[in-house]
Write a protein that binds this ligand. Structure first.
Ligand code: M6R
Length: 595
């Protein structure tokens, strides 16, 4: 959450920094600001709301600066107003700071400092500490101050006392520094750093000093450290192409995302290179961990694995696992799913798993993300940068990864040759069944039916129940319609009392063995006046349903991949019909880097 970007260059860097922060807007869009050095003085421009507001104000002031930092905020402490917006400037006007993360002991530090604070934020306390302890050397000051801080931070600081340097420090929150022909940069996201020759992903307690032509990185003993140089792949993070919204573009990219992911892991050998057979053979239990949509991908992953194998599998929400007293047995393999690879709860759960001495797998969409460095084995989904807050193509790619991974396990454990390859072929065929033009018309039509609803329900059994959970989350987060997903059989244990003549209920019936039971549940809803929107590939009697969405008759094992695309499109159209911005739902941010 929150994006930070900074650059020190040979010419005016303000446009670069504004462009940089724009690419990070998915991390938060409550307010934004830039801090810069002009004629050896620290100056700041801030605005409430999206970055376009800041850009208008910057256009009016027209600053020229070689050294500039910027911030886009997702409020954690204090309202999203101008006073709480970053950057913060010290009372003596010498220092300017942007922060991503949370200072957990800020209240205690505030008390100790006993001075006037302008904002309600935790971040301002860092600036006050810098002001108090400044010893004519920002690097040394920063090291001293960092010892007083508890929590997470990526900091970028400029100072009129040392105007030719940009200072950076990192603890937990992701932070990347990079070198380009035009200067050096810092960014809170590896995908957002833009054009650089190479970059360094900072580690905890690293301090970086950026000058126009170089970067020096130090540890807390002020010794210079050498990090691995990372080549950053070009990322089209700011480009919506022919689409009006990133979410729409990303849904249309789903078939390619599936194919690209499958191409990376379509043979047994490709799997073996990442995850040795010995590890698979030793595995007796699997725990799959994630948050939000990634958690739902894990729920589906469990069902996919269970169809294939006799291994105990559990799912855990990362934010719950970290407080659980349950210590997994030694032969447990833990799988961590995270699109961004930076979700704080997931990373904390991963670290706990490692402390238990368990083997860990990451499934992530972002190369060189924190999760990829920490987990023992890392599988990449190749969905490409996902910018819209609502996860779409990443989810479908995560499902594809689970189908492939489960077949690798089966091939190793049951000694059955060719399973990975046949699964890869199946997935490629399934991706051809995602007929976006048809789905889009259909989704728009359904969206028109439901967009004025206050509340609705989604039901399904087994795989379909997970689809209901994920579809419901999608609708909630971008349309603000209350939606509850229920296991079809559970409805009659309480929630059915909420169904009346105005209630829409989506019913997913894609599993042949469960049709009879699921149909009974649909009838229970219809009997109470509920308006059922039924999704199935089977020829069912549909006289009493409000709407029937007839799905293509594909192998039902892979149906979750197809159905969710329709549901993502429905959520998208509802959001647009309600005149909302599906890319930037209120109160949310793409990458949740705070616990
Ligand atoms: O980057 P991650 O996959 O770890 O993110 C996890 C969740 O924050 C994320 O899936 C969230 O639920 C999405 N906004 C859902 O669309």
């Amino acid at each position: 959450m929150c994006g930070i970007f900074g650059m020190i260059g040979k010419s005016n860097v303000v446009p670069n920094v504004l462009g940089g922060i724009e690419g990070l807007e998915y991390r938060g869009y409550d307010s934004a600001g830039i801090g810069y050095i002009e004629k050896n003085k620290v100056k700041v421009i801030k605005q409430v709301g999206e970055i376009k507001n800041l850009k208008t104000e910057v256009g009016r002031v027209n600053p020229v600066s070689f050294n500039c930092v910027a911030h886009t905020r997702w409020a954690t402490h204090g309202k999203p107003n101008k006073t709480n917006a970053h950057p913060f400037v010290s009372t003596n006007k010498d220092f300017c700071l942007v922060h991503n993360g949370i200072i957990e002991n800020y209240a205690e530090l505030k008390k100790q400092l006993n001075c006037k604070f302008l904002s309600e934020t935790d971040s301002e306390v860092i600036l006050k500490l810098i002001e108090k302890y400044y010893c004519e050397n920002m690097l040394e000051t920063l090291v001293k101050v960092s010892k007083l801080l508890k929590g997470s931070y990526a900091l970028a600081i400029i100072s009129s006392k040392e105007p030719d340097k940009l200072f950076v420090s990192k603890m937990v929150s992701p932070c990347v520094v990079g070198i380009s022909a035009d200067g050096t940069k810092v960014c809170s996201d590896i995908n957002g750093i833009g054009k650089v020759d190479y970059s360094y992903v900072l580690e905890n307690n690293n301090f970086a000093v950026l000058t126009v032509d170089g970067i020096k990185i130090y540890n807390e003993k002020l010794e210079q450290v050498k990090l691995k140089k990372i080549k950053v792949e070009k990322s089209d993070i700011n480009n919506k192409g022919k689409f009006d919204y990133f979410m729409q573009k990303e849904i249309y990219e789903i078939p390619n995302s599936v194919n690209n992911t499958v191409n990376l892991y379509q043979t047994f050998e490709q799997f073996e290179k990442v995850l040795p057979k010995t590890i698979v053979k030793k595995t007796k239990n699997i725990i799959i961990v994630g948050c939000g949509t990634a958690y739902h991908a894990g729920l589906m992953g469990r069902k996919i694995f269970e169809q294939n194998l006799n291994i105990n599998i559990k799912n855990e929400l990362a934010s719950e696992f970290i407080y659980s007293k349950f210590v997994p047995p030694k032969n447990t393999l833990m799988i961590f799913v995270s699109q961004s690879g930076e979700t704080a709860d997931t990373l904390k759960a991963l670290k706990i798993a490692k402390q238990y001495g368990l083997k860990t797998i990451a499934i992530t969409n972002v190369k060189n993300s924190s999760i990829s460095f920490i987990a023992d084995y890392c599988f990449y989904t190749l969905a490409g940068a996902e910018v819209a807050v609502a996860s779409t193509k990443a989810y479908v790619s995560q499902l594809s990864m689970f189908y492939l991974l489960a077949s690798y396990f089966k091939e190793v454990i049951m000694d059955k040759i060719g399973l990975v390859e046949s699964t890869a072929n199946n997935l490629k065929n399934i991706s051809k069944q995602i007929n976006l033009t048809k789905f889009n018309i259909l989704a728009n039509n359904v969206a028109n039916d439901i967009y004025l609803s206050q509340s609705l329900y989604m039901i399904g059994r087994n795989f379909d129940y997970v689809t209901a959970l994920e579809s419901s989350l999608k609708l909630k987060e971008i349309s603000y319609i209350h939606s509850e997903a229920y296991a079809s059989g559970e409805l009659k244990h309480g929630t059915i009392s909420l169904i009346d003549n105005n209630t829409f209920v989506f019913a997913f019936l894609t599993e042949k063995d469960l049709l009879e039971k699921s149909l009974s549940n649909v009838n229970e809803v219809i009997s109470r006046g509920g308006k059922v929107i039924l999704l199935t590939q089977y020829n069912l009697k549909s006289d009493n349903v409000y709407k029937l969405i007839k799905l293509n008759n594909i192998d039902e094992f892979y149906m979750p991949i197809v159905v969710i695309v329709i549901m993502q499109l429905i959520a998208f159209h509802v959001s647009v019909l309600k005149k909302l911005n599906p890319d930037k739902p209120r109160s949310l941010a793409k990458s949740v880097t705070v616990e």
